[in-house]
Write a protein that binds this ligand. Structure first.
Ligand code: AR6
Length: 183
């Protein structure tokens, strides 16, 4: 299920919008809306660690030993444990600050960009994103959808990624993505 949209000048890239639980998708990689600690939390982060099992946390701890915390806008990759996906790309969205909307958009766009860069470096063809920062981090949903779609449409793909899925968990986000991509 879902709706397929093409990016006009990149005919091989498909964008899909789904209303689904991202932990159930058998894609090459799913993206986690993590926090800087990389040690897990609630929302989609909690669901990914819970269903994927301890392997994900083990890999996150190794990354922390190597590089410390993950800054907002950055991304790291781990195995996916018991999840049907092959990898989990953990990115840290910005905590919404209404006094700095442009900085917020730029950080959120970086989450998408850095996740796609990492995905291509690992040979990922199908990548699924949740609606990063629109839960506990309170980024306004309409602005987040616009920012996410622009980041994907403007990304210079090297040719590895074939399909990007925007996985929505609520009707409001699903409607926003559908409307934005139908234009
Ligand atoms: N599948 C797809 N989307 C989901 C799922 C799921 N299983 N569960 C929730 N969502 P949030 P944030 C949606 O709060 O705003 C965590 O505690 C949810 O409806 O998960 O980036 C982290 O550890 C919303 O649209 O992430 C951080 O501390 C979207 O995922 C903090 O929350 C993001 O909501 C990150 O906050």
């Amino acid at each position: 299920m879902g709706i397929i949209f093409g990016i006009p000048n990149q005919i091989v890239m498909k964008l899909r919008v789904l209303l689904a639980d991202i932990t159930e998708l058998a894609v090459d990689a799913i993206v986690n809306a993590a926090n800087s600690s990389l040690l897990g939390g609630g929302g989609v982060d909690g669901a990914i660690h819970q269903k994927g099992g301890p392997v994900i946390l083990e890999d996150c701890m190794r990354i922390r030993e190597r590089q410390g915390e993950c800054a907002p806008g950055e991304a790291v990759i781990t195995r996916a444990g018991m999840l049907p996906a092959r990898y989990v790309i953990h990115t840290v969205g910005p905590v919404w600050d209404a006094s700095r909307p442009e900085a917020m958009q730029s950080l959120l766009a970086n989450c998408y960009r850095h996740s796609m860069q990492l995905a291509e470096a690992y040979g990922v063809q199908r990548l699924a994103f949740p609606n990063i920062s629109t839960g506990a981090y309170h980024f306004p949903k309409a602005l987040a959808a616009k920012t996410a779609i622009a980041a994907v449409q403007e990304f210079e793909f090297v040719g590895v990624l074939k399909e990007i899925l925007f996985v929505c968990f609520d009707e409001k986000n699903f409607g926003l993505y559908e409307a934005a991509l139908s234009k």
